[in-house]
Design a protein around this ligand. Structure first.
Ligand code: G16
Length: 538
Protein backbone atom coordinates (compact mmCIF):
# COMPACT_ATOMS: atom_id res chain seq x y z
CA UNK A 1 0.00 0.00 0.00
CA UNK A 2 1.26 3.48 -0.86
CA UNK A 3 0.81 6.18 1.75
CA UNK A 4 1.06 9.95 1.41
CA UNK A 5 2.53 11.41 4.57
CA UNK A 6 1.96 15.06 5.41
CA UNK A 7 5.17 16.96 6.17
CA UNK A 8 6.59 20.47 6.50
CA UNK A 9 9.80 21.81 4.96
CA UNK A 10 13.19 21.74 6.73
CA UNK A 11 15.35 24.80 6.25
CA UNK A 12 18.74 24.39 4.60
CA UNK A 13 18.32 21.21 2.54
CA UNK A 14 20.63 22.73 -0.05
CA UNK A 15 22.86 20.33 -1.98
CA UNK A 16 26.53 21.41 -1.87
CA UNK A 17 29.51 20.46 -4.02
CA UNK A 18 28.35 16.86 -3.97
CA UNK A 19 24.80 16.29 -2.75
CA UNK A 20 23.15 17.08 0.57
CA UNK A 21 25.55 16.69 3.49
CA UNK A 22 24.56 17.21 7.09
CA UNK A 23 25.23 15.89 10.55
CA UNK A 24 23.75 12.44 11.17
CA UNK A 25 21.61 13.90 13.94
CA UNK A 26 20.01 16.30 11.51
CA UNK A 27 19.27 13.44 9.13
CA UNK A 28 17.77 11.39 11.97
CA UNK A 29 14.92 13.85 12.51
CA UNK A 30 11.57 12.32 11.48
CA UNK A 31 10.77 13.06 7.79
CA UNK A 32 14.16 14.70 7.13
CA UNK A 33 15.55 12.14 4.64
CA UNK A 34 12.05 11.47 3.28
CA UNK A 35 11.51 15.17 2.49
CA UNK A 36 14.76 15.34 0.58
CA UNK A 37 14.27 12.07 -1.32
CA UNK A 38 10.73 13.11 -2.32
CA UNK A 39 12.08 16.48 -3.51
CA UNK A 40 14.63 14.56 -5.60
CA UNK A 41 11.96 12.30 -7.11
CA UNK A 42 9.64 15.26 -7.76
CA UNK A 43 12.39 16.99 -9.71
CA UNK A 44 12.75 14.03 -12.13
CA UNK A 45 10.87 13.47 -15.34
CA UNK A 46 10.36 10.22 -17.19
CA UNK A 47 11.48 7.91 -14.40
CA UNK A 48 8.25 5.86 -14.28
CA UNK A 49 9.11 2.19 -14.75
CA UNK A 50 12.85 2.99 -14.83
CA UNK A 51 15.68 1.46 -12.84
CA UNK A 52 17.22 3.16 -9.82
CA UNK A 53 20.61 2.13 -8.42
CA UNK A 54 20.83 2.50 -4.64
CA UNK A 55 23.87 2.02 -2.44
CA UNK A 56 26.07 3.69 0.08
CA UNK A 57 29.45 3.69 1.75
CA UNK A 58 28.29 1.70 4.78
CA UNK A 59 28.38 4.61 7.20
CA UNK A 60 26.12 4.89 10.23
CA UNK A 61 22.45 5.50 9.27
CA UNK A 62 22.97 3.95 5.79
CA UNK A 63 20.93 0.85 6.55
CA UNK A 64 17.89 2.89 7.62
CA UNK A 65 17.91 5.35 4.73
CA UNK A 66 18.43 2.60 2.14
CA UNK A 67 15.22 0.90 3.23
CA UNK A 68 13.43 4.27 3.15
CA UNK A 69 14.77 4.98 -0.35
CA UNK A 70 13.58 1.55 -1.59
CA UNK A 71 10.10 2.09 -0.15
CA UNK A 72 9.90 5.59 -1.62
CA UNK A 73 11.19 4.41 -5.04
CA UNK A 74 8.33 1.85 -5.11
CA UNK A 75 5.81 4.56 -4.19
CA UNK A 76 7.17 6.96 -6.81
CA UNK A 77 6.83 4.65 -9.78
CA UNK A 78 10.28 3.17 -10.34
CA UNK A 79 10.15 -0.26 -11.99
CA UNK A 80 13.31 -1.78 -10.56
CA UNK A 81 15.91 -1.08 -7.92
CA UNK A 82 19.48 -2.42 -8.01
CA UNK A 83 21.03 -2.34 -4.57
CA UNK A 84 24.47 -3.51 -3.45
CA UNK A 85 24.69 -6.41 -1.00
CA UNK A 86 24.70 -5.08 2.58
CA UNK A 87 23.69 -1.76 1.04
CA UNK A 88 27.26 -1.19 -0.14
CA UNK A 89 28.26 0.46 -3.39
CA UNK A 90 31.27 2.65 -3.93
CA UNK A 91 30.48 5.88 -5.77
CA UNK A 92 32.39 4.85 -8.94
CA UNK A 93 30.83 1.37 -8.87
CA UNK A 94 27.37 2.95 -8.63
CA UNK A 95 28.22 5.21 -11.56
CA UNK A 96 29.27 2.16 -13.59
CA UNK A 97 26.12 0.19 -12.69
CA UNK A 98 23.89 3.09 -13.79
CA UNK A 99 25.64 3.14 -17.15
CA UNK A 100 25.93 -0.61 -17.63
CA UNK A 101 22.30 -1.40 -16.78
CA UNK A 102 20.93 1.74 -18.46
CA UNK A 103 19.33 2.84 -15.22
CA UNK A 104 17.43 6.09 -14.92
CA UNK A 105 19.87 7.14 -12.23
CA UNK A 106 21.08 6.39 -8.75
CA UNK A 107 20.93 7.47 -5.14
CA UNK A 108 24.24 7.21 -3.31
CA UNK A 109 24.19 7.50 0.46
CA UNK A 110 27.49 8.97 1.48
CA UNK A 111 29.19 11.99 2.97
CA UNK A 112 32.33 10.89 1.16
CA UNK A 113 35.50 11.69 3.10
CA UNK A 114 33.64 13.27 6.05
CA UNK A 115 33.74 11.31 9.33
CA UNK A 116 30.90 8.90 10.14
CA UNK A 117 29.15 7.51 13.23
CA UNK A 118 26.31 8.97 15.30
CA UNK A 119 28.21 12.26 15.70
CA UNK A 120 29.54 12.26 12.16
CA UNK A 121 28.09 13.23 8.81
CA UNK A 122 25.61 11.69 6.40
CA UNK A 123 24.72 12.55 2.83
CA UNK A 124 22.51 11.81 -0.16
CA UNK A 125 23.67 12.22 -3.76
CA UNK A 126 21.65 11.94 -6.94
CA UNK A 127 23.27 10.67 -10.12
CA UNK A 128 21.62 10.61 -13.53
CA UNK A 129 21.58 8.23 -16.49
CA UNK A 130 25.08 9.17 -17.66
CA UNK A 131 26.31 7.94 -14.25
CA UNK A 132 27.32 11.41 -13.11
CA UNK A 133 26.18 13.77 -10.36
CA UNK A 134 23.05 15.79 -11.05
CA UNK A 135 23.88 19.13 -12.69
CA UNK A 136 23.41 22.42 -10.87
CA UNK A 137 20.12 23.35 -12.49
CA UNK A 138 18.62 20.12 -11.16
CA UNK A 139 20.10 20.47 -7.66
CA UNK A 140 18.75 24.05 -7.59
CA UNK A 141 15.32 22.69 -8.48
CA UNK A 142 15.57 20.03 -5.75
CA UNK A 143 16.47 22.70 -3.22
CA UNK A 144 13.51 24.84 -4.26
CA UNK A 145 11.19 21.86 -3.80
CA UNK A 146 12.54 21.15 -0.29
CA UNK A 147 11.25 24.61 0.64
CA UNK A 148 7.65 23.95 -0.39
CA UNK A 149 7.18 20.21 0.19
CA UNK A 150 3.88 19.26 1.85
CA UNK A 151 3.82 15.45 1.56
CA UNK A 152 5.92 12.47 0.55
CA UNK A 153 4.94 9.07 -0.80
CA UNK A 154 6.14 5.82 0.72
CA UNK A 155 5.12 2.18 0.26
CA UNK A 156 4.29 0.03 3.29
CA UNK A 157 6.78 -2.79 2.78
CA UNK A 158 8.79 -5.11 4.98
CA UNK A 159 12.53 -4.38 5.03
CA UNK A 160 14.39 -5.93 2.08
CA UNK A 161 16.99 -8.49 3.18
CA UNK A 162 20.15 -6.88 1.85
CA UNK A 163 22.44 -9.72 2.90
CA UNK A 164 21.14 -12.14 0.29
CA UNK A 165 21.93 -11.84 -3.41
CA UNK A 166 18.98 -12.25 -5.75
CA UNK A 167 15.95 -10.58 -7.25
CA UNK A 168 12.50 -10.26 -5.68
CA UNK A 169 9.46 -7.99 -5.65
CA UNK A 170 8.60 -5.19 -3.28
CA UNK A 171 5.30 -3.40 -3.72
CA UNK A 172 5.14 -4.22 -7.43
CA UNK A 173 8.74 -3.05 -8.00
CA UNK A 174 11.60 -5.47 -8.75
CA UNK A 175 14.43 -5.34 -6.22
CA UNK A 176 17.75 -6.94 -7.15
CA UNK A 177 20.42 -7.31 -4.47
CA UNK A 178 23.69 -7.55 -6.40
CA UNK A 179 27.35 -8.22 -5.74
CA UNK A 180 28.76 -4.69 -5.35
CA UNK A 181 32.19 -5.65 -6.71
CA UNK A 182 31.69 -8.00 -9.69
CA UNK A 183 30.72 -5.51 -12.44
CA UNK A 184 33.31 -3.01 -11.28
CA UNK A 185 36.09 -5.62 -11.23
CA UNK A 186 35.16 -6.68 -14.77
CA UNK A 187 35.33 -3.04 -15.92
CA UNK A 188 38.82 -2.68 -14.45
CA UNK A 189 39.93 -5.85 -16.25
CA UNK A 190 38.71 -4.36 -19.52
CA UNK A 191 40.87 -1.24 -19.02
CA UNK A 192 44.13 -2.51 -17.57
CA UNK A 193 46.72 -5.18 -18.26
CA UNK A 194 46.16 -7.53 -15.34
CA UNK A 195 48.82 -10.00 -16.62
CA UNK A 196 51.48 -7.27 -16.55
CA UNK A 197 50.42 -6.18 -13.06
CA UNK A 198 50.36 -9.78 -11.80
CA UNK A 199 53.90 -10.33 -13.04
CA UNK A 200 55.08 -7.07 -11.41
CA UNK A 201 53.61 -8.23 -8.10
CA UNK A 202 54.98 -11.76 -8.52
CA UNK A 203 58.44 -10.20 -8.93
CA UNK A 204 58.22 -8.97 -5.33
CA UNK A 205 56.87 -5.46 -5.89
CA UNK A 206 55.21 -4.59 -2.57
CA UNK A 207 51.97 -2.68 -2.10
CA UNK A 208 50.27 -1.22 0.99
CA UNK A 209 46.65 -0.16 0.49
CA UNK A 210 44.63 1.57 3.22
CA UNK A 211 40.88 1.19 2.72
CA UNK A 212 40.34 3.38 5.80
CA UNK A 213 37.58 1.04 7.15
CA UNK A 214 35.38 2.31 4.35
CA UNK A 215 33.71 1.02 1.20
CA UNK A 216 36.84 0.32 -0.89
CA UNK A 217 37.82 -2.58 1.35
CA UNK A 218 35.81 -5.28 -0.47
CA UNK A 219 36.80 -3.89 -3.88
CA UNK A 220 40.52 -3.62 -3.11
CA UNK A 221 40.51 -6.99 -1.41
CA UNK A 222 38.98 -8.77 -4.41
CA UNK A 223 41.06 -6.94 -7.03
CA UNK A 224 44.46 -6.55 -5.34
CA UNK A 225 44.63 -9.70 -3.24
CA UNK A 226 42.25 -11.81 -5.35
CA UNK A 227 42.84 -10.98 -9.00
CA UNK A 228 46.37 -9.57 -8.82
CA UNK A 229 47.83 -11.97 -6.27
CA UNK A 230 49.04 -9.45 -3.69
CA UNK A 231 49.84 -11.13 -0.36
CA UNK A 232 47.09 -11.32 2.27
CA UNK A 233 47.17 -8.21 4.41
CA UNK A 234 48.09 -5.90 1.51
CA UNK A 235 44.72 -4.22 2.04
CA UNK A 236 44.59 -2.70 5.50
CA UNK A 237 41.39 -1.63 7.31
CA UNK A 238 39.51 -3.69 4.71
CA UNK A 239 36.20 -4.07 6.53
CA UNK A 240 33.75 -1.19 6.11
CA UNK A 241 32.69 0.06 9.56
CA UNK A 242 29.76 2.42 10.33
CA UNK A 243 32.09 4.89 12.02
CA UNK A 244 35.19 4.11 9.89
CA UNK A 245 36.89 2.93 13.06
CA UNK A 246 36.66 6.45 14.48
CA UNK A 247 38.97 7.78 11.75
CA UNK A 248 38.48 10.50 9.19
CA UNK A 249 38.27 8.56 5.90
CA UNK A 250 40.03 11.21 3.85
CA UNK A 251 43.02 9.85 1.93
CA UNK A 252 45.52 12.67 2.33
CA UNK A 253 48.93 12.62 4.01
CA UNK A 254 47.38 13.91 7.24
CA UNK A 255 44.41 11.57 7.72
CA UNK A 256 46.27 8.66 6.09
CA UNK A 257 49.27 9.63 8.19
CA UNK A 258 50.27 6.09 9.18
CA UNK A 259 50.37 4.93 5.58
CA UNK A 260 52.27 8.05 4.53
CA UNK A 261 54.76 7.44 7.32
CA UNK A 262 55.12 3.79 6.25
CA UNK A 263 55.97 4.81 2.69
CA UNK A 264 57.60 8.22 2.87
CA UNK A 265 59.56 8.00 6.14
CA UNK A 266 60.07 4.28 6.66
CA UNK A 267 60.19 3.50 2.94
CA UNK A 268 58.64 0.12 3.75
CA UNK A 269 56.82 -0.63 0.46
CA UNK A 270 57.21 0.11 -3.24
CA UNK A 271 53.75 1.55 -3.66
CA UNK A 272 51.14 2.87 -1.25
CA UNK A 273 47.58 4.05 -1.81
CA UNK A 274 44.44 4.88 0.10
CA UNK A 275 40.84 5.64 -0.74
CA UNK A 276 38.09 7.53 1.05
CA UNK A 277 34.65 6.81 2.58
CA UNK A 278 32.87 6.16 -0.71
CA UNK A 279 35.84 5.01 -2.78
CA UNK A 280 36.12 7.90 -5.21
CA UNK A 281 39.29 9.57 -3.90
CA UNK A 282 42.86 8.29 -4.08
CA UNK A 283 46.18 8.98 -2.41
CA UNK A 284 49.31 7.80 -4.25
CA UNK A 285 52.64 7.18 -2.51
CA UNK A 286 55.91 5.61 -3.57
CA UNK A 287 58.92 4.51 -1.57
CA UNK A 288 60.07 7.81 -0.05
CA UNK A 289 57.65 9.98 -2.03
CA UNK A 290 54.16 11.49 -1.88
CA UNK A 291 52.64 12.23 -5.28
CA UNK A 292 50.36 15.28 -5.24
CA UNK A 293 46.97 14.68 -6.90
CA UNK A 294 47.80 17.39 -9.43
CA UNK A 295 51.07 15.67 -10.38
CA UNK A 296 49.31 12.31 -10.42
CA UNK A 297 46.82 13.55 -13.03
CA UNK A 298 49.65 14.93 -15.16
CA UNK A 299 51.69 11.74 -14.90
CA UNK A 300 48.74 9.47 -15.69
CA UNK A 301 47.99 11.63 -18.73
CA UNK A 302 51.59 11.53 -19.93
CA UNK A 303 51.73 7.73 -19.60
CA UNK A 304 48.15 6.79 -20.53
CA UNK A 305 49.17 5.13 -23.79
CA UNK A 306 50.98 2.41 -21.82
CA UNK A 307 47.62 1.02 -20.64
CA UNK A 308 45.24 -0.95 -22.90
CA UNK A 309 42.16 1.15 -22.12
CA UNK A 310 43.90 4.36 -23.18
CA UNK A 311 46.33 3.03 -25.81
CA UNK A 312 44.56 5.07 -28.49
CA UNK A 313 45.53 8.30 -26.73
CA UNK A 314 43.46 10.95 -25.00
CA UNK A 315 40.79 13.19 -26.51
CA UNK A 316 41.55 15.90 -23.97
CA UNK A 317 42.14 16.51 -20.26
CA UNK A 318 40.20 18.55 -17.71
CA UNK A 319 41.15 19.76 -14.25
CA UNK A 320 39.31 21.82 -11.68
CA UNK A 321 40.49 25.42 -11.42
CA UNK A 322 42.36 25.05 -8.08
CA UNK A 323 44.19 21.94 -9.36
CA UNK A 324 47.75 22.78 -10.38
CA UNK A 325 48.60 23.56 -13.97
CA UNK A 326 50.88 20.50 -14.28
CA UNK A 327 48.33 18.72 -16.51
CA UNK A 328 48.13 21.74 -18.83
CA UNK A 329 51.77 21.25 -19.77
CA UNK A 330 51.19 17.57 -20.60
CA UNK A 331 48.14 18.46 -22.70
CA UNK A 332 50.18 21.05 -24.59
CA UNK A 333 52.92 18.53 -25.34
CA UNK A 334 50.33 15.96 -26.49
CA UNK A 335 48.63 18.59 -28.63
CA UNK A 336 45.25 18.12 -26.94
CA UNK A 337 42.92 20.52 -25.13
CA UNK A 338 43.00 21.05 -21.37
CA UNK A 339 39.78 22.39 -19.83
CA UNK A 340 39.66 24.31 -16.55
CA UNK A 341 36.37 23.76 -14.71
CA UNK A 342 34.94 24.83 -11.35
CA UNK A 343 35.44 22.48 -8.39
CA UNK A 344 32.97 19.58 -8.40
CA UNK A 345 32.92 16.43 -10.45
CA UNK A 346 29.61 17.38 -12.05
CA UNK A 347 31.41 19.89 -14.29
CA UNK A 348 33.39 17.13 -16.02
CA UNK A 349 30.23 15.24 -17.03
CA UNK A 350 29.28 17.24 -20.09
CA UNK A 351 32.88 17.26 -21.38
CA UNK A 352 33.08 13.48 -20.96
CA UNK A 353 29.65 12.90 -22.52
CA UNK A 354 30.63 15.02 -25.53
CA UNK A 355 33.88 13.08 -25.96
CA UNK A 356 36.00 16.22 -25.47
CA UNK A 357 38.10 14.71 -22.69
CA UNK A 358 39.27 11.28 -21.60
CA UNK A 359 41.01 12.01 -18.27
CA UNK A 360 40.09 14.46 -15.56
CA UNK A 361 41.20 15.22 -12.04
CA UNK A 362 41.08 17.48 -9.04
CA UNK A 363 43.53 18.54 -6.37
CA UNK A 364 41.13 17.09 -3.79
CA UNK A 365 42.50 13.59 -4.42
CA UNK A 366 40.13 12.81 -7.29
CA UNK A 367 41.13 11.35 -10.64
CA UNK A 368 39.15 9.44 -13.23
CA UNK A 369 38.33 8.97 -16.89
CA UNK A 370 35.54 8.42 -19.36
CA UNK A 371 34.94 4.87 -18.01
CA UNK A 372 32.50 6.29 -15.40
CA UNK A 373 31.14 9.73 -14.54
CA UNK A 374 32.58 9.97 -11.04
CA UNK A 375 36.08 10.09 -9.70
CA UNK A 376 37.44 6.62 -9.05
CA UNK A 377 39.99 5.82 -6.35
CA UNK A 378 40.83 2.24 -7.24
CA UNK A 379 40.92 3.01 -10.96
CA UNK A 380 43.71 5.55 -10.30
CA UNK A 381 45.60 2.96 -8.23
CA UNK A 382 45.31 0.37 -11.02
CA UNK A 383 46.35 2.88 -13.67
CA UNK A 384 49.47 3.66 -11.66
CA UNK A 385 50.17 -0.05 -11.18
CA UNK A 386 49.74 -0.71 -14.91
CA UNK A 387 52.17 2.11 -15.75
CA UNK A 388 54.64 0.85 -13.12
CA UNK A 389 54.33 -2.67 -14.55
CA UNK A 390 55.16 -1.41 -18.03
CA UNK A 391 57.94 1.01 -17.10
CA UNK A 392 59.54 -1.11 -14.38
CA UNK A 393 60.82 2.03 -12.68
CA UNK A 394 60.05 3.18 -9.15
CA UNK A 395 57.34 5.75 -8.40
CA UNK A 396 60.08 8.25 -7.49
CA UNK A 397 61.90 7.67 -10.79
CA UNK A 398 58.71 8.19 -12.75
CA UNK A 399 57.81 11.37 -10.84
CA UNK A 400 61.26 12.95 -11.01
CA UNK A 401 61.55 11.99 -14.68
CA UNK A 402 58.24 13.75 -15.27
CA UNK A 403 59.51 16.87 -13.52
CA UNK A 404 62.68 16.84 -15.65
CA UNK A 405 60.56 16.80 -18.79
CA UNK A 406 57.80 19.22 -17.79
CA UNK A 407 59.20 21.10 -14.80
CA UNK A 408 57.93 20.70 -11.23
CA UNK A 409 54.77 22.48 -10.16
CA UNK A 410 55.27 23.05 -6.43
CA UNK A 411 51.84 22.91 -4.85
CA UNK A 412 50.20 23.05 -1.45
CA UNK A 413 46.72 23.47 -0.02
CA UNK A 414 46.13 25.19 3.32
CA UNK A 415 42.74 24.55 4.93
CA UNK A 416 41.29 26.72 7.70
CA UNK A 417 38.54 24.40 8.88
CA UNK A 418 35.29 25.25 10.66
CA UNK A 419 35.91 28.96 10.91
CA UNK A 420 33.17 31.52 11.48
CA UNK A 421 31.08 31.63 8.29
CA UNK A 422 30.49 35.40 8.40
CA UNK A 423 34.21 36.06 8.82
CA UNK A 424 34.97 33.80 5.86
CA UNK A 425 32.39 35.62 3.73
CA UNK A 426 33.89 38.97 4.71
CA UNK A 427 37.35 37.73 3.77
CA UNK A 428 36.17 36.69 0.31
CA UNK A 429 34.21 39.94 -0.16
CA UNK A 430 37.25 41.94 0.90
CA UNK A 431 39.39 40.27 -1.75
CA UNK A 432 36.72 40.73 -4.43
CA UNK A 433 36.57 44.43 -3.67
CA UNK A 434 40.32 44.78 -4.26
CA UNK A 435 40.86 43.07 -7.63
CA UNK A 436 41.89 46.33 -9.28
CA UNK A 437 44.24 47.53 -6.54
CA UNK A 438 45.84 44.09 -6.12
CA UNK A 439 46.72 43.90 -9.79
CA UNK A 440 50.24 45.19 -10.23
CA UNK A 441 51.22 44.60 -6.59
CA UNK A 442 53.65 41.81 -5.55
CA UNK A 443 53.93 40.62 -9.16
CA UNK A 444 50.18 39.91 -9.43
CA UNK A 445 49.15 40.32 -13.06
CA UNK A 446 45.54 39.24 -12.71
CA UNK A 447 42.99 39.02 -9.90
CA UNK A 448 39.52 37.68 -10.58
CA UNK A 449 36.65 35.49 -9.45
CA UNK A 450 36.60 32.35 -11.57
CA UNK A 451 33.55 31.90 -13.79
CA UNK A 452 32.92 29.06 -16.21
CA UNK A 453 30.87 28.70 -19.35
CA UNK A 454 30.31 25.05 -20.14
CA UNK A 455 31.35 24.65 -23.79
CA UNK A 456 28.80 21.88 -24.34
CA UNK A 457 25.58 22.91 -22.63
CA UNK A 458 26.32 26.64 -22.39
CA UNK A 459 25.56 26.82 -18.65
CA UNK A 460 27.26 29.62 -16.74
CA UNK A 461 28.72 29.24 -13.21
CA UNK A 462 30.15 32.25 -11.41
CA UNK A 463 31.78 32.89 -8.03
CA UNK A 464 33.85 29.70 -8.25
CA UNK A 465 36.96 30.87 -6.40
CA UNK A 466 39.24 33.89 -6.27
CA UNK A 467 42.44 33.71 -8.31
CA UNK A 468 45.55 35.80 -7.86
CA UNK A 469 47.77 35.01 -10.82
CA UNK A 470 51.41 36.10 -10.79
CA UNK A 471 53.61 37.22 -13.67
CA UNK A 472 55.75 34.05 -13.38
CA UNK A 473 52.63 31.82 -13.62
CA UNK A 474 52.38 31.24 -9.85
CA UNK A 475 48.89 31.31 -8.32
CA UNK A 476 47.09 31.79 -5.06
CA UNK A 477 43.47 30.61 -5.09
CA UNK A 478 40.87 31.13 -2.34
CA UNK A 479 37.68 29.08 -2.12
CA UNK A 480 35.12 28.24 0.52
CA UNK A 481 34.51 24.49 0.74
CA UNK A 482 31.17 23.19 -0.46
CA UNK A 483 31.30 19.93 1.48
CA UNK A 484 31.67 20.95 5.12
CA UNK A 485 28.83 20.64 7.62
CA UNK A 486 29.96 23.13 10.27
CA UNK A 487 30.87 26.83 9.91
CA UNK A 488 32.96 27.53 6.84
CA UNK A 489 36.20 25.98 5.61
CA UNK A 490 38.54 28.31 3.79
CA UNK A 491 40.80 26.55 1.30
CA UNK A 492 43.88 28.34 0.02
CA UNK A 493 45.70 26.73 -2.90
CA UNK A 494 49.23 27.85 -3.71
CA UNK A 495 51.43 26.88 -6.64
CA UNK A 496 54.58 27.87 -8.45
CA UNK A 497 56.29 26.27 -11.42
CA UNK A 498 60.02 25.47 -11.38
CA UNK A 499 61.70 24.53 -14.63
CA UNK A 500 65.25 24.04 -13.27
CA UNK A 501 65.86 20.34 -12.39
CA UNK A 502 68.50 21.39 -9.85
CA UNK A 503 65.67 22.97 -7.86
CA UNK A 504 63.25 20.04 -8.04
CA UNK A 505 64.16 18.36 -4.76
CA UNK A 506 63.12 21.15 -2.40
CA UNK A 507 60.52 21.22 0.35
CA UNK A 508 57.22 22.60 -1.05
CA UNK A 509 56.39 24.63 2.08
CA UNK A 510 59.78 26.34 2.00
CA UNK A 511 59.75 26.84 -1.74
CA UNK A 512 56.29 28.38 -1.58
CA UNK A 513 56.96 30.36 1.63
CA UNK A 514 56.73 33.81 -0.02
CA UNK A 515 53.37 33.00 -1.64
CA UNK A 516 52.11 31.36 1.56
CA UNK A 517 52.91 34.52 3.56
CA UNK A 518 51.26 36.65 0.90
CA UNK A 519 48.17 34.41 0.91
CA UNK A 520 47.72 35.20 4.60
CA UNK A 521 48.52 38.90 4.59
CA UNK A 522 46.65 39.87 1.39
CA UNK A 523 43.43 38.23 2.54
CA UNK A 524 43.78 39.14 6.22
CA UNK A 525 43.20 35.50 7.18
CA UNK A 526 44.09 35.94 10.86
CA UNK A 527 41.90 39.03 11.23
CA UNK A 528 38.87 37.48 9.54
CA UNK A 529 39.09 33.92 10.89
CA UNK A 530 41.01 34.31 14.13
CA UNK A 531 43.44 31.66 12.87
CA UNK A 532 47.13 32.38 12.58
CA UNK A 533 47.81 29.11 10.74
CA UNK A 534 45.86 26.47 8.83
CA UNK A 535 44.31 23.41 10.48
CA UNK A 536 45.46 21.12 7.67
CA UNK A 537 48.27 21.41 5.16
CA UNK A 538 48.40 18.99 2.25
C1 G16 B 1 33.44 16.54 -3.64
C2 G16 B 1 33.29 16.58 -5.11
C3 G16 B 1 34.62 16.89 -5.74
C4 G16 B 1 35.20 18.16 -5.17
C5 G16 B 1 35.23 18.10 -3.68
C6 G16 B 1 35.58 19.48 -3.19
O1 G16 B 1 34.27 15.47 -3.30
O2 G16 B 1 32.82 15.35 -5.60
O3 G16 B 1 34.45 16.98 -7.12
O4 G16 B 1 36.50 18.37 -5.60
O5 G16 B 1 33.97 17.75 -3.18
O6 G16 B 1 35.25 19.67 -1.90
P1 G16 B 1 35.26 21.11 -1.26
O7 G16 B 1 34.10 21.89 -1.86
O8 G16 B 1 35.11 20.81 0.19
O9 G16 B 1 36.59 21.73 -1.60
P2 G16 B 1 33.74 14.27 -2.40
O10 G16 B 1 34.83 13.26 -2.45
O11 G16 B 1 33.54 14.91 -1.06
O12 G16 B 1 32.46 13.83 -3.04
Amino acid sequence: MIRSIATTPFAGQKPGTSGLRKKVREFQQPHYAENYIQSVFDSLEGHAGGTLVIGGDGRFHNADVIQTAIRMAAANGFGRVLVGRDGLLSTPAASHLIRKYRAFGGIILSASHNPGGPDGDFGIKLNLANGGPAPEKLTDDIYARTGTIREYRIADLPAVDLNKLGEGQAGGMAVAVIDPVADYAALMQSLFDFDAMRSLIASGFSIAFDAMSAVTGPYAHRILEGLLGCPAGTVMHATPLPDFGGHHPDPNPVHAGDLTDLLVTRRAADFGAASDGDGDRNLILGRGIYVTPSDSLAILAANARLTPGYAQGLAGIARSMPTSTAADRVAASLGIDCYETPTGWKFFGSLLDAGLITLCGEESFGTSSSHVREKDGLWAVLMWLNILARRRESVAEIVTGHWREFGRTYYTRHDYEEVDADGADRLMAGLRARFVTLTGQHGICRADDFAYDDPVDGSHSSGQGIRLIFEDGGRIVYRLSGTGTQGATLRVYIESHEADPLRHGLDPQQTLARLIDLSRSLAGIAAHTGRASPSIIT
